[in-house]
Design a protein around this ligand. Sequence first.
Ligand code: C5P
Length: 410
Amino acid sequence: MGSLNNKRVLLGITGGIAAYKCADLSRRLRDAGADVRVVMTEAAEAFVTPLTMQAVSGHPVHQYLLDPGTESAMGHIELARWADIILIAPASANFLAKLASGRADDLLSTLCSAASAPLAVAPAMNRQMWHNRATQDNLKTLQQRQVLILGPAEGAQACGEHGPGRMLEPVELVDAIRNCFASGVLDGLNVMVTAGPTWEAIDAVRGLSNRSSGKMGYAVAQAATEAGATVTLVSGPVKISSPDRVHTIDVTSALDMLDAVNQYIDTADIFIAVAAVSDYRVAHPATEKIKKTGDAITLELVENPDILAAVASRPQAPFTVGFAAETSNIETCAYEKLLQKNVDLIAANQVGDSDSGFDADYNSLLVIGRDYKTLLEKQYKTRLARKLITIIAEQYHAKNTTQDSRPQAR
Ligand code: C5P
C-alpha cells in the first residue's frame, strides 16, 4: 500500500448529501499523514458548514474565486500548485459536467483547470442522474483524460431509491488516494537533522564560525521528507531557504543547537548530525564591540558540548548518524569517530577540495558502520542525500529487525 505521509491533498466538496461524510474523510486523510486543504462550492455549504471543515482540516476553507482576502493569503493558482492530488468528494453530476466541458466559473472548477496534479472524483448522486446519458458521456470524457473515477457504490440512497450513486465510504476513498502514491523507505518515522555552521559570539558584532553552507544538511532533510519521514531540521545561520514540508528551527550557537535538539529528540527515531558545530566557544563574550587598543588580546575558549555524542549516549537513543569532515586518512579517522561517539553510522568526506565538501554543490561520502562500508561517488548533494537516506533506512530497519527478533529477557 502507498503512503500519504507529507502529501498535500486538496479536498473539493460539491453539493450533495454525501458531503456530510467529508468531515470524517478529512480526518482520515490527516490521520494517514496528509496535509488537507478544503475548497467548497456554494451548494456544498447547504450540506456541511465551512466552520466544520475548517475545524477538521485545521485550515480555513477556501470558498470564493474573486475574494481579495483569500487571494492574498493563498490565491487559486498557488492552491492549484500546492496540491499533490485533488480529490472531489462528493462529485455532483453538475460538477462532473463542468469538469468535462472545461468550465472555470467558480473556485473549485478554476482550480481543477489550473492544476497539474492528478485529479480523482468520487461521484455521488441519485441513480437516475447517474444513468443519465449526459452524465455517462461526461464520465467517459473524464476517464479519457486520466481522471480517476472512484465509485460510486450501489445501495440505499438518501432519496429512498436503491441503486448506483452512493459515494464510496471515507475509508475506501483514503485507501484509493493512498494508492496513488508510492510508499517511502522512512514512512511514519520521525527524523531530526542538524545542519549549517554555528556562530559563537566574541562580542556584539564578531564571532567564530566556519564555511558550512548548510547545503548538505538541507538536502538530507529534504530527502528524508521525500522518503516519508516527518522531519525536524535544527539549523545554524545559513543563506539558503528552508526545505519544503520540513519543520525548521533556526539557532545561532552550539548551545542553542543543543537546546533545540533536546527539546525534540524524545520523539526522534533517527538523528542525523550534519551540522559543522564549532568545537569551542568564547568563555566570556563581550556585550559591546571590543575596541582596538594597539595591544594583543587573548580570547579564552571553552569546549562546546558534543551534540551527536550526547544524543547517542541517551538511554533510549535514536538511530544516530554523524558526519566527519577529514583532510586525510578518512577511513581510519571516521571509524575512530564512530566508536568514540558510539554512533550507528558515520558519513565521512574529504575537505579542502575547492568544488566538493564545504560550501560546494558536490560532495562524495564514505559511509561506515560497525560492519558496513560503502563509497558514494562525487555527485550533486541532492542526489547524494537521497542515496544516503536509502542507506540510513536500510541500516535502521536492519538494526530494528535484529533487536525485535532477540529473545526477550524473562
Ligand atoms: O568530532 P567532529 O567534529 O569531527 O564530529 C563531527 C560530527 O559530530 C558531525 O556529525 C557533527 O555534526 C557532530 N558534532 C556535534 N557537536 C559538536 C561537534 C560535532 O554534534 N560539538
